[in-house]
Write a protein that binds this ligand. Structure first.
Ligand SMILES: NC(=O)c1ccc[n+]([C@@H]2O[C@H](COP(=O)([O-])OP(=O)(O)OC[C@H]3O[C@@H](n4cnc5c(N)ncnc54)[C@H](OP(=O)(O)O)[C@@H]3O)[C@@H](O)[C@H]2O)c1
Length: 311
């Protein structure tokens, strides 16, 4: 299972100093994959546009590192959560040039981020550009595609082998079925494992909690799944061989690690302590035989994940 460090909250709920510590820790444990996007953090503060990638670049420069593997997502024109995107060949190539200079050898993947288009002609144009980029040796990929079925035939036509794909996959919702055979052809990374920072104990939200910041609600909603997870927690306490289920992230990672069709997890820890807990938990979950604990979580997921949600 590949682990990628998420940066969506950098410069928002995670201040720069904590981001540097996250990178120190992640890199120090031997991991290299880092996820980034032009529009991070998407906090609707124009002055923070590209703040997250700036922090990443500062750490790279300060440490003289050239073996990080940054996955850079482009297309957004702002960090206001608007659908305004530009995926034309010239804009993609302009971004590519910029990020090659920005990250040097640390740039590992160049990814389209959010595409609501359905017109095959426009999508093919972007794919042709990506296939040219792929031929230079850089990985390419996709995230947030509204019409993956339109992309699918172009992968074959332009011989794009194993592009990277980021999709939302957690106990409450999975985009994996919607991506279907496109995902089968990709190296799939799951994001949003904790549903943006969901807590088992609703009393544990803080004013700077990720889900509070993202939802704008002081007390985020508690989905019905939490009640069942708490029942599972009680049940698992009776079994000495059951994995620990004291917090939501443990269930989230157990589910992510053992989910079929997922090759990588994007970790969203906000600070060093959370990141270390996540890395240790992934190691423990990987060592664990998948059944029956994963089966119980999977059954819960099937009861609670709406099958028909579209991005
Ligand atoms: N391609 C895309 O469209 C896309 C979309 C979304 C995200 N992503 C990528 O995926 C990354 C992760 O996404 P996400 O932030 O939505 O992930 P997430 O795992 O759903 O949520 C992260 C939040 O979960 C909580 N958490 C995580 N580990 C924890 C731990 N060990 N203990 C306690 N709480 C823990 C923290 O909440 P608190 O803040 O409350 O402590 C943290 O801020 C992003 O940074 C981004 O790089 C990509």
């Amino acid at each position: 299972m590949d682990l990628m460090l998420g940066t969506a909250m950098w410069g928002w709920t995670t201040p720069a100093q904590d981001c540097y510590e996250l990178l120190d820790t992640f890199y120090g444990r031997g991991h290299r994959l880092v996820d980034a996007a032009t529009n991070y953090p998407i906090n609707k503060r124009p002055e923070d546009f590209r703040a997250s990638e700036t922090i990443l670049r500062q750490w790279i420069q300060a440490n003289g590192v050239s073996d990080l593997q940054v996955c850079m997502k482009v297309g957004s024109l702002d960090n206001m959560f608007t659908p305004d995107h530009n995926l034309t060949p010239s804009f993609l190539l302009f971004n590519l040039e910029h990020y090659r200079q920005h990250f040097g050898d640390n740039l590992a993947c160049f990814m389209i981020h959010w595409d609501n288009r359905s017109e095959p002609e426009a999508i093919e144009e972007s794919i042709v550009t990506l296939s040219r980029i792929r031929k230079t040796g850089l990985n390419i990929g996709f995230s947030g595609l509204k019409h993956p079925e339109v992309y699918q035939p172009f992968l074959t036509k332009y011989e794009l082998s194993t592009p990277w794909l980021q999709l939302k996959h957690n106990l409450l919702y999975s985009d994996r079925p919607r991506y279907g055979s496109l995902a089968d052809a990709c190296r799939v990374f799951a994001y949003g494992l904790n549903a943006g920072g969901l807590k088992l104990d609703a009393g544990k939200y803080r004013s700077d909690s990720s889900l509070v910041a993202r939802s704008g609600k002081e007390q985020p909603d508690t989905p019905p799944l939490i009640k069942e997870l708490l029942a599972l927690q009680k049940d698992w306490e009776q079994h000495t061989d059951a994995p620990s289920l004291q917090a939501f992230y443990q269930a989230a990672l157990l589910f992510g690690v053992h989910s079929p069709g997922i090759q990588g997890l994007i970790l969203g820890g906000r600070n060093r302590k959370q990141l270390i807990n996540n890395l240790n938990t992934v190691e423990q979950m990987q060592a664990l035989p998948a059944s029956p604990w994963f089966d119980e979580l999977h059954a819960l997921h099937q009861r609670h994940a709406p099958a028909d949600r579209v991005i």
